[in-house]
Design a protein around this ligand. Structure first.
Ligand SMILES: Cc1cc2nc3c(=O)[nH]c(=O)nc-3n(C[C@H](O)[C@H](O)[C@H](O)COP(=O)(O)OP(=O)(O)OC[C@H]3O[C@@H](n4cnc5c(N)ncnc54)[C@H](O)[C@@H]3O)c2cc1C
Length: 418
C-alpha cells in the first residue's frame, strides 16, 4: 500500500500528481473464499479489515451490490458518541469511540474525526435528572461527561435561543467532550483501502441474491456475478438485514423504517459542537464547508424508499427554529433518506444465527455509524472464533427469545419509538 504522508504528497506534487495508484483494486470474484462479508458499508469493510489485521484471515471478499459507502454510511449525519445510559451500550460504544480516536493513524487515512463534543440541551427538571444519571453512569465506566449550567451553555453555543420568551428555556446541557463527527465517505474508503492492502477482495456491483445452506450450514452465496463458495458468511447490510436473512430462511425481529437528513446552504462558522435539541427530535452539526447538517425523527411507517419528503423537512425545520431562531431564513439545499433496520429493543444484533457459519451484524436503528470500528472489530472476532467477544455477547439474536433485551429508551417492543 502506498503510504499517505506529507512526504508522498510533496513527491507526487513534483509529478503533477500523475503517479497516485488507485486506493484499492477491482478484482473479479474468486470461486471460493474463507469468509464472505456481504455489504460494502463501513461495518462490512471494517469487519474485513479486522479479520485480516487481527486474525490473519485474508482470503476474504466483501460483496457490495452498489458502490462502497452508498448505503447508510454515506447518508448519515455522522455523530460519533458513547453517551448511553445502559452499561452494555456504554461499554460497547466507548470501546468504539476509543478506536475512533486513533482510526486515521491506524488506517493511514484521514477520516476527519473531529472531537468537537456532542451537546444535548436540557429544558426540564426530570430531563436534567435523567441526563445527570446518564453522565454519572458514563463516568463510572471511565468515559467523559459534563453537565453545563445555562451560562456555560450560552458561552459554548451562543446561537441558541436564550431570550426570555423562548418556548423551551434552556436550563443546562449535557456534554460529552470527546464525542464529535467524522467524514462518512472517508471511513468507508479508509477501511476499504486498508483491507485491500491486507489482501481482501472488494467486489462492487455484485449483489447477493441467494444464500446456499446445506445441512444447516452456510456454504456459499449466489450473486449477480455468479456463485461463490465460502466457509463463513457475515451479513452487514444495514437496511436490508431481514431480506438477506430471509435468503437463509431466518425471520428477524426487525422492522425497516426511513430516517431523513438534510443540509442547508453554507454559512460562516457558527456552531462548534454537534447539537441535539433536548425538547424535540432535532440534531445538527456544521460541516467544514459551512452547511448545517440536520436530522430528526423516523418517518413513522415501514418503507424501503430511501427518499426524503416534505412533511419531515417541516418537522425538523420547526424544531430547528424553535431552538435556533437565527437560522430561520436559511435555505435547505438537499435532503435524502436511509433505511433503518429497527429492532424490537432499539439495540443492534451482532452475533451468530441458528444457521451454522452464518453471522449477522444489523439492526443498527439510528446509531450505527458511531459503532463502525467497534462493530467491525467485535464482528471479526465473532466470525474468526465462532463465538462472540464479551463486548457483543449481550447483542445476540437469542436475547429476543430469552428476554434479556437492551432497551436503551425503555419503550418496549415498539421499533418506531426507539
Ligand atoms: C439519515 C441518517 C442519519 C444517521 N445519523 C447517524 C448518526 O448521526 N450517528 C450514527 O452513529 N448513526 C447514524 N445513522 C445510522 C448509520 O448510518 C448506520 O447505522 C450505519 O452507517 C450502518 O452502516 P453499515 O455499514 O451497516 O450499512 P451501510 O452503509 O448501509 O452498508 C450496507 C451495504 O450493504 C449493501 N447491500 C445491501 N443488500 C445487499 C446485497 N443483497 N448484496 C450486496 N450488498 C448489499 C448496501 O448497498 C450497502 O452499501 C444514520 C442513518 C441515516 C439514514
Amino acid at each position: 500500500m502506498q503510504r499517505y504522508s506529507i512526504f508522498s504528497l510533496a513527491r507526487h506534487a513534483l509529478n503533477d500528481h500523475a503517479g497516485w495508484k488507485p486506493a484499492w483494486r477491482h478484482p473479479d470474484p474468486k470461486p471460493n473464499y474463507d469468509v464472505i462479508v456481504i455489504g460494502g458499508g463501513g461495518h462490512g469493510l471494517a469487519t474485513a479489515y479486522y479479520l485480516a489485521k487481527e486474525h490473519g484471515i485474508t482470503n476474504v471478499a466483501v460483496l457490495e451490490k452498489g458502490w462502497l459507502g452508498g448505503g447508510n454510511t454515506g447518508r448519515n449525519t455522522t455523530n460519533v458518541r458513547s453517551n448511553y445510559i445502559l452499561e452494555k451500550n456504554q461499554r460497547f460504544y466507548e470501546f468504539s469511540l476509543k478506536l475512533w480516536e486513533s482510526l486515521s493513524q491506524e488506517l493511514n487515512y484521514n477520516v476527519m474525526f473531529s472531537q468537537r463534543g456532542v451537546l444535548i440541551t436540557a429544558h426540564f427538571d426530570p430531563q436534567t435528572q435523567a441526563l445527570l444519571r446518564r453522565g454519572n453512569g458514563m463516568r463510572v465506566i471511565g468515559s467523559d461527561a459534563v453537565f453545563l449550567n445555562p451560562d456555560q451553555v450560552r458561552r459554548k453555543v451562543p446561537v441558541l435561543d436564550f431570550s426570555p420568551t423562548a418556548r423551551f428555556p434552556i436550563t443546562g446541557a449535557f456534554l460529552q467532550p470527546r464525542a464529535g463527527v467524522a467524514r462518512h465517505d472517508a471511513v468507508a474508503w479508509g477501511f476499504a483501502r486498508a483491507a485491500d492492502a491486507c489482501g481482501v477482495d472488494i467486489i462492487q456491483n455484485c449483489e447477493v441474491i441467494g444464500i446456499r445452506v446445506e445441512g444447516g450450514r452456510a456454504v456459499g452465496v449466489r450473486t449477480t456475478r455468479g456463485d461463490i463458495g465460502t466457509g463463513k458468511i457475515g451479513i452487514a447490510v444495514a437496511g436490508h438485514t431481514s431480506r438477506l436473512a430471509a435468503m437463509a430462511d431466518l425471520r428477524l425481529p426487525i422492522e425497516s423504517h426511513l430516517l431523513q437528513a438534510m443540509v442547508t446552504e453554507p454559512i460562516k462558522p457558527m456552531l462548534h459542537v454537534s447539537l441535539s435539541f433536548g425538547a424535540g427530535h432535532f440534531y445538527t452539526s456544521q460541516t467544514d464547508k459551512g452547511e448545517l447538517v440536520m436530522g430528526g425523527d423516523l418517518d413513522g411507517y415501514n418503507s424501503y424508499a430511501q427518499r426524503g419528503n416534505l412533511p419531515m423537512i417541516e418537522h425538523v425545520a420547526a424544531a430547528a427554529v424553535t431552538v435556533m431562531p437565527c437560522i430561520g431564513r436559511l435555505r435547505i439545499m438537499r435532503h435524502w433518506a436511509g433505511i433503518m433496520d429497527m429492532t424490537m429493543d432499539g439495540s443492534p444484533i451482532i452475533g451468530k444465527t441458528p444457521v451454522e457459519n452464518l453471522y449477522i451484524n444489523g439492526g443498527w436503528c439510528y446509531g450505527g455509524f458511531k459503532a463502525t470500528p467497534g462493530s467491525g472489530w467485535v464482528f471479526a472476532h465473532t466470525i474468526a472464533h465462532d463465538r462472540p467477544h464479551a463486548l457483543n455477547e449481550p447483542f445476540s439474536l437469542e436475547r429476543f427469545a430469552s428476554g434479556y433485551t437492551i432497551d436503551e429508551r425503555g419503550v418496549g417492543p415498539y421499533p418506531a419509538l426507539h
